[in-house]
Design a protein around this ligand. Structure first.
Ligand SMILES: *Cc1c(COP(=O)(O)O)cnc(C)c1O
Length: 354
């Protein structure tokens, strides 16, 4: 008897890091891969990438470091802002809480994360104020940082007025603001404003700017607009095993993405794909989104039989936020054909069920 055939996993929409390296980054890595160059970031590619980032943010004084992944970027940036007796106010379902295996606490030697609630993955200014003022005695870890994820874990985007309201609150309580920008490009593409308006002009002291999900191999930039917070950060990176010896190959990816605006083009494309996917789910299958689709994620209410059916057909789908809500992520690599294939399976399953 023939073995039942197991379909190859279809990871297209499982995450935005199931995609490969985009052509612009790949090509520049190939160019950087010629001859010899100084190691540990003392090379011309690294200088060029850092300068392109300073230009992009219109922040000539920014201190810039490159690390391998987002967990390190967030953890080391937060550790640099905090003493061990401090605390970080963040959304209760932030990546730093749910998905970094305690690395922020580990690298800061015990800084505590204080989870704030908030609709659609966003922290409300009132929740920050409440946590910042709840306790002022010596027995409670002192609030020091607010960490915002932009775009959020739920595919929403802090709007400009929301950033301003949060800034007003952080100023009132003397807090530093760190931004987890694993999907910062998608947020900028969604907001349609200058990167500076979404960061230092809105009170962001340090940004962890994601390169990997955007289309690079494995690199994130830690950008300190507040230079004081960057003190001895190079030592932190090295101690944490985050100083690349062949740094030019990481830096080249940034050069490829930044030099001709590919970063924004890819982010716009991914956002557009997520909107398109959500609208087809709604129009063609009557399935609605659980959160506003503002970046490159679509969270869709998916009846259990459809979710199961899709998995049986090989689709890898996360529903980590529970209920019957499934997450679909888009990237630079998402095509109309990918979306067609997914929607066709959903319509087919819907027909079988009803
Ligand atoms: C993916 C992601 C990161 C980075 O995760 P790594 O796997 O460590 O690179 C950080 N924050 C958010 C919100 C993410 O989605």
């Amino acid at each position: 008897m023939a073995e039942p055939t197991i379909p190859a996993p279809k990871t297209h929409f499982a995450s935005d890091n199931t995609s490969g390296v985009c052509p612009e980054a790949w090509e520049m890595m190939a160019r950087a891969n010629s001859g010899y160059a100084a190691s540990y970031g003392n090379d011309a590619w690294t200088e060029r990438a850092a300068n392109l980032l300073r230009d992009l943010f219109e922040s000539p004084e920014a201190e810039i470091f490159f690390v391998f992944n987002g967990t390190a970027a967030n953890s080391l940036a937060l550790a640099s802002c905090c003493q061990s007796y401090h605390s970080v106010i963040c959304h209760e379902h932030a990546h730093i809480v749910d998905d970094e295996c305690g690395a922020p606490e580990f690298f800061s030697n015990g800084t505590k994360l204080l989870g704030a609630s908030g609709e659609h993955g966003k922290i409300a200014p009132a929740a920050i104020a409440e946590l910042a003022s709840k306790r002022t005695d010596i027995h409670y870890p002192k609030p020091r940082v607010v960490s915002l994820t932009q775009s959020t874990e739920l595919g929403t985007v802090y709007q400009r007025h929301e950033l301003e309201a949060i800034h007003e609150t952080t100023q009132r309580f003397g807090l530093v603001t760190q931004m987890d920008g694993a999907r910062f490009s998608n947020a900028v593409a969604s907001l349609g404003i200058a990167p500076k308006a979404a960061t230092w002009q809105a009170g962001i002291d340090v940004l962890c700017f994601g390169g990997t999900k955007l289309g690079m191999a494995n690199c994130e930039a830690v950008i300190f607009f507040n230079r004081e917070l960057a003190r001895e950060f190079d030592y932190r990176c090295k101690q944490a095993g985050q100083l690349a010896s062949k740094m030019r190959l990481l830096a080249a990816g940034w050069v490829g993405l930044l030099e001709n605006g590919a970063w924004l083009k890819h982010a716009q494309h991914a956002n557009q794909c997520a909107r398109h996917l959500a609208s087809r789910f709604e129009k063609e299958a009557g399935l609605v989104a659980a959160h506003p689709v503002e970046a490159n994620a679509a969270f869709i209410h998916l009846p259990e039989p459809i979710l199961r059916g899709l998995r049986e057909r090989g689709w890898v789908i996360y529903n980590f936020i529970g209920g019957n809500v499934a997450r679909f992520m888009c990237s630079w690599q998402t095509t109309d054909a990918d979306i067609d294939a997914l929607v066709a399976d959903v319509i087919d399953l819907r027909g079988n069920i009803s």
